[in-house]
Write a protein that binds this ligand. Structure first.
Ligand code: BTN
Length: 276
Protein backbone atom coordinates (compact mmCIF):
# COMPACT_ATOMS: atom_id res chain seq x y z
CA UNK A 1 0.00 0.00 0.00
CA UNK A 2 1.40 3.28 -1.00
CA UNK A 3 0.30 6.62 0.30
CA UNK A 4 -0.35 9.13 -2.45
CA UNK A 5 0.09 12.84 -2.45
CA UNK A 6 -2.39 13.58 -5.19
CA UNK A 7 -6.09 13.53 -5.56
CA UNK A 8 -7.59 13.96 -2.10
CA UNK A 9 -4.77 15.97 -0.57
CA UNK A 10 -5.56 19.01 -2.63
CA UNK A 11 -8.95 18.97 -0.91
CA UNK A 12 -7.41 19.74 2.45
CA UNK A 13 -7.02 23.44 1.60
CA UNK A 14 -10.59 23.66 0.31
CA UNK A 15 -12.46 22.28 3.26
CA UNK A 16 -13.74 24.59 5.90
CA UNK A 17 -13.87 22.57 9.14
CA UNK A 18 -12.71 22.75 12.75
CA UNK A 19 -12.01 19.10 13.55
CA UNK A 20 -12.94 16.76 10.69
CA UNK A 21 -10.28 16.60 7.98
CA UNK A 22 -7.55 18.22 10.11
CA UNK A 23 -5.33 15.59 8.55
CA UNK A 24 -6.02 13.57 5.40
CA UNK A 25 -4.15 10.39 4.53
CA UNK A 26 -4.87 9.22 1.01
CA UNK A 27 -4.17 6.03 -0.91
CA UNK A 28 -4.68 4.99 -4.52
CA UNK A 29 -5.29 1.41 -3.34
CA UNK A 30 -5.68 0.03 0.17
CA UNK A 31 -7.07 -3.14 1.75
CA UNK A 32 -9.71 -1.20 3.71
CA UNK A 33 -9.64 2.34 5.07
CA UNK A 34 -11.32 1.09 8.26
CA UNK A 35 -8.74 -1.68 8.73
CA UNK A 36 -5.93 0.82 8.17
CA UNK A 37 -7.42 3.24 10.71
CA UNK A 38 -7.74 0.45 13.26
CA UNK A 39 -4.15 -0.70 12.69
CA UNK A 40 -2.81 2.82 13.24
CA UNK A 41 -3.35 2.59 16.98
CA UNK A 42 -4.07 5.17 19.63
CA UNK A 43 -0.65 6.86 19.58
CA UNK A 44 -0.85 7.59 15.88
CA UNK A 45 -4.38 8.81 15.37
CA UNK A 46 -5.70 12.30 15.90
CA UNK A 47 -9.34 13.19 16.24
CA UNK A 48 -10.76 14.29 12.90
CA UNK A 49 -8.15 12.45 10.82
CA UNK A 50 -9.50 11.11 7.53
CA UNK A 51 -8.22 8.09 5.60
CA UNK A 52 -9.44 7.94 2.02
CA UNK A 53 -8.72 5.63 -0.91
CA UNK A 54 -9.44 5.41 -4.62
CA UNK A 55 -9.94 1.65 -4.38
CA UNK A 56 -10.23 -0.97 -1.61
CA UNK A 57 -9.20 -4.57 -2.12
CA UNK A 58 -10.97 -5.85 0.99
CA UNK A 59 -13.67 -3.27 1.67
CA UNK A 60 -15.77 -4.41 4.60
CA UNK A 61 -19.47 -3.94 5.36
CA UNK A 62 -21.64 -4.70 8.38
CA UNK A 63 -22.22 -8.25 9.58
CA UNK A 64 -19.01 -9.49 7.94
CA UNK A 65 -20.15 -8.62 4.43
CA UNK A 66 -17.91 -7.44 1.63
CA UNK A 67 -18.13 -3.83 0.42
CA UNK A 68 -17.38 -3.73 -3.28
CA UNK A 69 -14.88 -0.93 -3.85
CA UNK A 70 -13.78 -0.84 -7.49
CA UNK A 71 -11.27 1.82 -8.63
CA UNK A 72 -12.44 5.43 -8.65
CA UNK A 73 -16.18 4.81 -8.88
CA UNK A 74 -16.84 5.36 -5.18
CA UNK A 75 -15.85 7.40 -2.20
CA UNK A 76 -14.22 5.14 0.39
CA UNK A 77 -13.22 6.87 3.59
CA UNK A 78 -12.83 6.52 7.34
CA UNK A 79 -12.99 9.27 9.93
CA UNK A 80 -11.39 9.02 13.37
CA UNK A 81 -13.38 10.34 16.33
CA UNK A 82 -12.68 10.35 20.04
CA UNK A 83 -15.96 11.38 21.66
CA UNK A 84 -16.49 10.96 25.37
CA UNK A 85 -19.67 8.94 25.05
CA UNK A 86 -20.91 5.95 26.99
CA UNK A 87 -20.44 2.65 25.21
CA UNK A 88 -24.18 2.33 24.61
CA UNK A 89 -24.28 5.76 22.95
CA UNK A 90 -21.85 4.86 20.16
CA UNK A 91 -24.73 4.13 17.81
CA UNK A 92 -25.37 7.90 17.82
CA UNK A 93 -22.13 8.36 15.89
CA UNK A 94 -23.46 6.19 13.06
CA UNK A 95 -26.71 8.15 13.05
CA UNK A 96 -24.75 11.40 12.96
CA UNK A 97 -22.64 10.16 10.05
CA UNK A 98 -25.73 9.04 8.15
CA UNK A 99 -27.27 12.52 8.52
CA UNK A 100 -24.01 14.13 7.34
CA UNK A 101 -23.91 11.88 4.26
CA UNK A 102 -27.63 12.41 3.56
CA UNK A 103 -27.14 16.19 3.63
CA UNK A 104 -24.06 15.96 1.39
CA UNK A 105 -25.87 13.74 -1.12
CA UNK A 106 -28.88 16.05 -1.10
CA UNK A 107 -26.60 18.98 -2.01
CA UNK A 108 -24.98 16.97 -4.80
CA UNK A 109 -28.07 15.56 -6.53
CA UNK A 110 -30.69 18.02 -5.33
CA UNK A 111 -32.90 15.20 -4.10
CA UNK A 112 -33.68 14.14 -0.53
CA UNK A 113 -32.17 10.73 0.31
CA UNK A 114 -33.61 8.39 2.93
CA UNK A 115 -31.80 6.85 5.89
CA UNK A 116 -32.59 3.20 6.48
CA UNK A 117 -31.75 2.41 10.09
CA UNK A 118 -29.08 1.79 11.14
CA UNK A 119 -26.56 2.62 8.46
CA UNK A 120 -27.81 2.72 4.88
CA UNK A 121 -28.49 5.80 2.77
CA UNK A 122 -31.03 5.31 -0.01
CA UNK A 123 -31.71 7.19 -3.21
CA UNK A 124 -34.89 6.32 -5.08
CA UNK A 125 -35.34 3.45 -2.59
CA UNK A 126 -31.97 1.82 -3.40
CA UNK A 127 -28.81 1.78 -1.31
CA UNK A 128 -26.23 4.36 -2.36
CA UNK A 129 -24.10 4.45 0.80
CA UNK A 130 -23.24 2.24 3.76
CA UNK A 131 -21.62 3.20 7.04
CA UNK A 132 -19.54 0.92 9.25
CA UNK A 133 -18.59 2.35 12.66
CA UNK A 134 -15.99 0.35 14.58
CA UNK A 135 -14.47 0.92 17.97
CA UNK A 136 -10.86 0.52 19.01
CA UNK A 137 -10.61 -0.13 22.73
CA UNK A 138 -8.04 -1.04 25.36
CA UNK A 139 -8.25 -2.16 28.98
CA UNK A 140 -9.03 1.46 29.86
CA UNK A 141 -12.10 1.47 27.62
CA UNK A 142 -12.81 3.10 24.27
CA UNK A 143 -9.77 4.66 22.59
CA UNK A 144 -11.32 5.86 19.33
CA UNK A 145 -14.07 5.25 16.82
CA UNK A 146 -13.53 4.63 13.12
CA UNK A 147 -16.47 5.81 11.05
CA UNK A 148 -16.22 4.11 7.64
CA UNK A 149 -18.26 5.58 4.81
CA UNK A 150 -18.68 4.03 1.36
CA UNK A 151 -20.65 5.97 -1.26
CA UNK A 152 -21.32 4.66 -4.77
CA UNK A 153 -20.62 7.70 -6.93
CA UNK A 154 -20.13 7.00 -10.62
CA UNK A 155 -20.89 3.28 -11.15
CA UNK A 156 -23.39 2.54 -13.95
CA UNK A 157 -26.47 0.48 -13.08
CA UNK A 158 -25.00 -2.34 -15.17
CA UNK A 159 -21.87 -2.40 -12.96
CA UNK A 160 -23.82 -3.87 -10.04
CA UNK A 161 -24.11 -7.67 -9.82
CA UNK A 162 -27.52 -9.04 -10.73
CA UNK A 163 -28.34 -9.87 -7.12
CA UNK A 164 -27.94 -6.20 -6.19
CA UNK A 165 -29.57 -4.68 -9.27
CA UNK A 166 -32.82 -3.78 -7.51
CA UNK A 167 -31.15 -2.92 -4.19
CA UNK A 168 -28.10 -0.78 -5.03
CA UNK A 169 -27.52 2.39 -6.97
CA UNK A 170 -24.96 5.16 -7.38
CA UNK A 171 -25.34 8.92 -7.59
CA UNK A 172 -24.62 8.79 -11.33
CA UNK A 173 -27.01 5.89 -11.99
CA UNK A 174 -29.73 7.72 -10.06
CA UNK A 175 -29.35 11.05 -11.85
CA UNK A 176 -29.09 9.29 -15.23
CA UNK A 177 -32.48 7.71 -14.55
CA UNK A 178 -33.82 11.24 -14.12
CA UNK A 179 -32.36 12.16 -17.52
CA UNK A 180 -29.65 14.27 -15.87
CA UNK A 181 -25.92 13.84 -15.36
CA UNK A 182 -23.41 14.44 -12.59
CA UNK A 183 -20.90 17.24 -12.97
CA UNK A 184 -17.25 16.23 -13.38
CA UNK A 185 -16.23 17.47 -9.94
CA UNK A 186 -19.09 15.80 -8.04
CA UNK A 187 -16.83 13.41 -6.18
CA UNK A 188 -14.63 16.25 -4.89
CA UNK A 189 -17.65 18.28 -3.86
CA UNK A 190 -19.24 15.30 -2.18
CA UNK A 191 -16.07 14.56 -0.21
CA UNK A 192 -15.87 18.20 0.86
CA UNK A 193 -19.56 18.29 1.86
CA UNK A 194 -19.40 15.04 3.85
CA UNK A 195 -16.48 16.38 5.90
CA UNK A 196 -18.11 19.77 6.43
CA UNK A 197 -21.48 18.31 7.42
CA UNK A 198 -19.80 15.82 9.77
CA UNK A 199 -17.91 18.68 11.35
CA UNK A 200 -21.07 20.75 11.94
CA UNK A 201 -22.98 17.82 13.40
CA UNK A 202 -20.09 16.65 15.56
CA UNK A 203 -19.74 20.15 17.04
CA UNK A 204 -23.47 20.10 17.72
CA UNK A 205 -23.24 16.71 19.41
CA UNK A 206 -20.33 17.82 21.59
CA UNK A 207 -21.89 21.15 22.55
CA UNK A 208 -25.60 20.43 23.03
CA UNK A 209 -25.97 16.65 22.92
CA UNK A 210 -27.99 14.37 20.71
CA UNK A 211 -31.30 16.25 20.23
CA UNK A 212 -30.32 18.10 17.03
CA UNK A 213 -28.87 14.92 15.51
CA UNK A 214 -31.97 12.87 16.30
CA UNK A 215 -34.40 15.41 14.86
CA UNK A 216 -32.35 15.66 11.64
CA UNK A 217 -32.18 11.86 11.52
CA UNK A 218 -35.99 11.72 11.76
CA UNK A 219 -36.24 14.23 8.91
CA UNK A 220 -34.37 11.81 6.62
CA UNK A 221 -35.59 8.51 8.08
CA UNK A 222 -36.96 5.99 5.58
CA UNK A 223 -37.62 3.52 8.39
CA UNK A 224 -39.90 5.26 10.89
CA UNK A 225 -43.58 4.49 10.41
CA UNK A 226 -42.85 1.45 8.24
CA UNK A 227 -43.37 -2.23 8.89
CA UNK A 228 -40.05 -3.99 9.19
CA UNK A 229 -38.68 -7.45 9.72
CA UNK A 230 -35.81 -7.77 12.19
CA UNK A 231 -33.52 -10.71 11.51
CA UNK A 232 -31.06 -11.90 14.10
CA UNK A 233 -29.13 -15.17 14.19
CA UNK A 234 -31.94 -17.07 15.87
CA UNK A 235 -35.19 -15.42 14.95
CA UNK A 236 -37.17 -13.15 12.67
CA UNK A 237 -39.71 -10.76 14.13
CA UNK A 238 -41.82 -8.09 12.51
CA UNK A 239 -43.31 -4.86 13.75
CA UNK A 240 -43.63 -1.16 13.06
CA UNK A 241 -40.63 1.15 13.54
CA UNK A 242 -42.00 3.77 15.90
CA UNK A 243 -39.14 5.89 17.15
CA UNK A 244 -35.48 6.30 18.00
CA UNK A 245 -34.06 6.38 21.53
CA UNK A 246 -31.51 8.93 22.77
CA UNK A 247 -28.79 6.33 22.37
CA UNK A 248 -29.77 5.50 18.79
CA UNK A 249 -31.76 2.30 19.25
CA UNK A 250 -34.84 1.73 17.09
CA UNK A 251 -38.13 1.40 18.96
CA UNK A 252 -40.31 -1.24 17.32
CA UNK A 253 -43.93 -1.96 18.16
CA UNK A 254 -44.45 -5.70 17.75
CA UNK A 255 -47.69 -7.37 16.61
CA UNK A 256 -48.40 -8.54 20.18
CA UNK A 257 -48.35 -4.94 21.43
CA UNK A 258 -44.96 -5.02 23.16
CA UNK A 259 -42.21 -2.57 22.34
CA UNK A 260 -38.57 -3.43 21.74
CA UNK A 261 -35.62 -1.05 21.60
CA UNK A 262 -33.26 -2.77 19.21
CA UNK A 263 -29.54 -2.26 18.92
CA UNK A 264 -27.98 -2.51 15.49
CA UNK A 265 -25.27 -4.95 16.64
CA UNK A 266 -26.18 -8.23 15.04
CA UNK A 267 -29.47 -7.58 13.33
CA UNK A 268 -30.40 -6.85 9.76
CA UNK A 269 -33.74 -5.34 8.90
CA UNK A 270 -35.82 -5.24 5.79
CA UNK A 271 -39.09 -3.58 4.96
CA UNK A 272 -42.19 -5.58 4.26
CA UNK A 273 -42.71 -3.28 1.27
CA UNK A 274 -39.46 -3.62 -0.68
CA UNK A 275 -35.97 -2.65 0.40
CA UNK A 276 -36.91 0.34 2.59
C1 BTN B 1 -22.42 -1.53 5.08
O1 BTN B 1 -23.35 -1.02 4.46
O2 BTN B 1 -22.44 -2.72 5.37
C2 BTN B 1 -21.25 -0.66 5.49
C3 BTN B 1 -20.31 -0.41 4.36
C4 BTN B 1 -19.13 0.47 4.76
C5 BTN B 1 -18.12 0.60 3.65
C6 BTN B 1 -17.03 1.58 3.98
S1 BTN B 1 -16.01 1.96 2.59
C7 BTN B 1 -14.87 2.77 3.61
C8 BTN B 1 -14.76 1.96 4.89
N1 BTN B 1 -13.77 0.91 4.74
C9 BTN B 1 -14.32 -0.30 4.77
O3 BTN B 1 -13.69 -1.38 4.63
N2 BTN B 1 -15.63 -0.22 4.95
C10 BTN B 1 -16.06 1.17 5.08
Amino acid sequence: MQETSGYFLKMKDRINTKIIGCEIISFDVIDSTNSYAKRMGTENVIEGMVIVAGQQRCGRGRLGREWMSPPDTGLYMSIILKPSLQLEEIQLITLMASVAVARAIEKTVNQKPGIKWPNDILLGGKKVCGILSEMVSSNEGMEYIVVGIGINVSAESSDFPEALADKATSLAAYVNEQGLSLSGDSKDKLFESVLEEMDKLYMLLLSVGCDGILSEWKHYSATLGNEIVIKSENEEISGVAEGITVDGRLTVLLKNGTRLNIHSGEVSIRGLMGYV
